[in-house]
Design a protein around this ligand. Structure first.
Ligand code: PLP
Length: 439
């Protein structure tokens, strides 16, 4: 339905037998192709591109106005409050979380940060080396345990200052009930950061008014996962979080006054955005938001859910399939992780690429602790991978849909998986050693 919105759909790519087919991209959780509208907007903005904040020239004023105005458009997309929140443009979600982890030093001090066992490394590692941490467990299907969350909040008795939790898992696609979680966290005086990298591109988001018990305190996301791959990420936080203290990156654009003895910092967000900002990245993000809003995020979520439901109902009967999913498609975004019994995940991914022109991702998706939970691999078992770098690592194959994917493409995937599942020995021999460019 939305195929004509993105670049690259009809690209012909080579298969193992030398023939060429249109590529099928089921790796949207990693990054998405650009919208045509985004590229057009970049081109139409380019003649006006100029320095932000630092010029009196006409183009510089247009550029600065666009850049500053973009913050309210971003806030509106996730229903933030322009009076209360600040929007800080960064490189990606990872940089946004790192920045926040640095800037919450005073607020958290000796308190505790909770992350969860279903996080992307980007919402775990930045917290690990700065704070006392603990992790919320997942249940046997990999869903976040709210009972365990509440248990930890009680156990630490008011000391937990922040819960860093993903809005949707990049491995299983599970949606976390972020508002229910926020309500629980707030009851114990704990704030909540939602990693929106997999949520914002696929689902409507509402941070809710700040006096609502279910409001979201902080949210981050990446434009390159929402059809605007020009190096922009977003951190939304209360202005107060950045009022005091010094940013992790300092320099040009962050100050009101500097003498050889003294620095007076600007207000947020400017004090947090050192150096020349990525204006065209922001232009791309704003156009992507405009296109997504025109389609309507509810429609995006419904369409992608239908694709996922269709796939899930059929993938279940692929011979030798192993699914890591509780089947509750209503409560997930468009991601399915699986393995085929007897085949290394990399072999399946290679076969899909070389026999169907289908791009998927395989491995641990920067969520190694979660994969270890889903595959029931103990810490003791993980020791052997430390000792032998050449051991094939555990992991899964992941398909992730974008709004431009369709049922025909999914049928190609299902047909090929059926062949692979029925002929595992053949595929093992053929693709155990993938070509150099897939290693
Ligand atoms: C859930 C989640 N969080 C964070 C990230 C990091 O995003 P980025 O690489 O854009 O910083 C990703 C990327 O895959 C992700 O899936």
């Amino acid at each position: 339905m939305y195929k004509s919105l993105v670049y690259g759909i009809n690209n012909l790519i080579p298969l193992a037998d030398g023939s060429k087919v249109p590529c099928i991209n089921f790796d949207n959780a990693a990054t998405t192709p650009p919208f045509f509208s985004v590229m057009n907007r970049i081109n139409s903005f380019a003649p006006y591109y100029s320095s932000v904040h630092r010029g009196t020239g006409y183009k510089s004023i247009i550029s600065s106005q666009f850049y500053e105005g973009a913050r309210d458009i971003v806030l509106d997309f996730v229903k933030g409050d322009p009076e209360f929140h600040t929007v800080i443009f960064v490189k990606n979600a990872t940089e946004a979380i790192n920045k926040l982890s640095y800037r919450l030093k005073d607020e958290i001090k000796n308190g505790i940060v909770l992350s969860t066992y279903m996080e992307h490394h980007s919402n775990d590692l930045p917290w690990r080396y700065k704070y006392n941490m603990d992790y919320v467990e997942v249940d046997e299907h990999g869903r976040l345990s709210l009972d365990h969350l509440e248990y930890l909040l009680k156990k630490y008795n008011g000391k937990v200052k922040l819960l860093a939790v993903t809005g949707a898992s990049n491995v299983t696609g599970y949606l976390n009930p972020i508002h229910k979680i926020a309500r629980i966290a707030h009851r114990y005086g704990c704030k909540i950061l939602v990693d929106g990298a997999q949520l914002v591109p696929h689902h409507p988001v509402d941070m809710k008014p700040i006096d609502h018990p279910e409001h979201i305190d902080y949210i981050v996301f990446s434009a390159h996962k929402m059809y605007a791959p020009f190096g922009t990420g977003v951190l939304i936080a209360p202005k107060d979080t950045f009022k005091n203290g010094i940013s992790d990156h300092i320099g040009g654009g962050t100050v009101r006054l500097v003498t050889s003895k003294e620095v007076i910092w600007d207000d947020p967000p400017q004090k947090e955005e050192a150096g020349t900002p990525n204006l065209l990245g922001v232009v791309a993000l704003i156009q992507s938001i405009d296109t997504l809003k025109r389609i309507d995020m509810n429609k995006v979520a419904n369409y992608e859910r239908d694709l996922t439901k269709y796939t899930y109902e059929r993938i279940k009967s692929i011979p030798n399939i192993i699914l890591y999913d509780d089947g509750d498609v209503e409560n997930k975004v468009s991601i399915i992780s699986f393995n085929i019994e007897g085949l290394y995940h990399g072999t399946v991914a290679t076969a899909l690429s070389l026999e169907g022109g289908i791009a998927v991702r395989n491995g641990c998706f920067c969520a190694q602790p979660y994969i270890q939970k889903l595959l029931h691999i103990s810490l003791e078992e993980m020791e052997k991978y430390k000792k032998d770098e050449n051991l094939l690592r555990p992991g899964t194959v992941r398909v992730s849909f974008g709004l431009y994917n369709d049922y025909d493409e999914i049928n190609v995937l299902l047909e090929l998986l059926n062949q692979i599942g029925n002929n595992t020995k053949y595929y093992d021999l053929k693709y155990r050693n993938p070509p150099f460019y897939l290693k």
